[in-house]
Design a protein around this ligand. Sequence first.
Ligand SMILES: Cc1cc2nc3c(=O)[nH]c(=O)nc-3n(C[C@H](O)[C@H](O)[C@H](O)COP(=O)(O)OP(=O)(O)OC[C@H]3O[C@@H](n4cnc5c(N)ncnc54)[C@H](O)[C@@H]3O)c2cc1C
Length: 388
Amino acid sequence: MKSNHVVIVGGGVIGSAIAYFLAAHPRFQGQVTVIERDPSYVQASSTLSASSIRQQFSTPVNIQMSQFGFAFLRDIQQTLSVPEHAPEVGLQERGYLYLASESGAAALQENHLVQQTQDVDVALLDRAALAQKFPWLHVDDLALGSLGVHGEGWFDGYALLMAFRRKARSLGVTYVQTEAQGFAHQAGRVHAVHLRDGSSLACDWAVNAAGAWARPLLQHTGFDLPVVGKKRDVFVVSSPAKTPDCPLVIDPSGLWFRPEGQFWLCGIPPEEDLDDVPLDVDHRQFDAVWQIIAMRVPGFEALRMQRAWAGYYEYNLFDQNAVLGPHPLLPNLMLANGFSGHGMQHSPAAGRGIAELIADGAYQSLDLSLLSAQRLLDQQPLIEKNVI
Ligand SMILES: Cc1cc2nc3c(=O)[nH]c(=O)nc-3n(C[C@H](O)[C@H](O)[C@H](O)COP(=O)(O)OP(=O)(O)OC[C@H]3O[C@@H](n4cnc5c(N)ncnc54)[C@H](O)[C@@H]3O)c2cc1C
C-alpha cells in the first residue's frame, strides 16, 4: 500500500481499537494519528457505558462481531499487554436473560432460531423453568425467557478503552489533543482534517470515530449520517435482596438490570427519547425504574439509589446498527459510527475490520459489508430486533 498517514477523529473505544488494529497489522506500514479533544473522556460513551456483551442479537453479523469481541476480551492480557502492564478488564462471564410475556414469546423464538444458526449457546426457559432457576424473579406474567449460557457477560469498559489506547501508543500511534472540525476533500478524496485552531492535518486516509458527535463532522461531504446522541441514564442501586446467579435481565418493558459487585446497575429507555439533550440524569426516571424492578424482583421493594450517571448512545436513527466502512462519496474516509448501544462489545471487530479495509483493501477476517453506508442510500435497513 502506498498510502501512509491515517488520521482518526475520536479516541474513544472505537477510534482506539482502529488505531491499535492498524498499528498491529503486519501489512500496514504507515503512521496513525488519533485526534481526541478530551483525553479525560468525561462525556465519551466509552466511559459512561454499562459495558456488557451478548450474543443474543437477531442479525448474524452482530452475533459474529460479539463472538469475536468475547474471544478478544478473554485473551486481552496477552493481546494488549505492554511492557510492565497487562490489562485487566474484569470480564465476568454471565448470561443475558431476555424475558417475554405471551405477546413477545414468538419474537424470542424467532431470534433463537437465528442464534442457533450461529452456534450461540443460549437456552429457552418456560415459566416453570424460570421460576426454578431464578426463585427471586416474579414470573406470573411471563411466557418465556432466553438465557445466554456461555459467551456473554460484562467487563470494565474504561479499562478496555485504556488498554487499546496504551497498546496503540506503544506501537507508535500518536494521540493529539485538539478538536477536528471537518474533512477537506477534493476530486472525491479526503486530503486533510480541519482543526479547531484553523490549521489542517494532511492525511491519506481519515476515519470518523467521533461517537455521538460524528454527524456534524460530515457536513459538506454530501452524505448526512443519521446518528444522534440519545441520552441513557444508569442508576446504581443497593438492596438487601438476594439474587443469586443474577444474569443481565431484560424485562419485557425494556427495563434492564444486572449485578455490579454488591450493587446492581439498572436503567430504562426514556419515554420521551429526544436527540442530543444535555447529559443530566433525569431523576424522575428512577420512579419508573423502581415500579417495574420491584414488580419483577419483589425483594427490590427495599431499594436505595446510590448514584447515577448519563451517557449517549450514538444512535443510528435509520436502523440502530453501526455504519461501518467507506463514506459513500469519499472512499478514503472511513466511517465507524452509530453503534446504538453495542459499541463496546463490537469495538474489537469494528477496529479489526476498518484496519483491514485500509491495509488490505477488503475485509479479511469477518465480512462486515452489510454494515456499509450504502444500505442507507439504498433505503435497505438492517433491522436488529434486540436493541436495548
Ligand atoms: C448508558 C450506556 C450504556 C451502554 N451499554 C453498553 C453495553 O452494555 N454494551 C455495549 O457494547 N455498548 C454499550 N453502550 C454503547 C457504547 O458505550 C458505545 O457504543 C461506545 O462507547 C462508542 O464508542 P465511540 O468510541 O464510538 O464513542 P465515544 O466513546 O463517545 O468516543 C468518541 C470520542 O470522540 C471524541 N470526539 C468527538 N468529536 C470530536 C471532534 N470533533 N474532535 C476530536 N474529538 C472528538 C470525543 O471526545 C470522544 O472521546 C452503552 C452506552 C451508554 C451511554
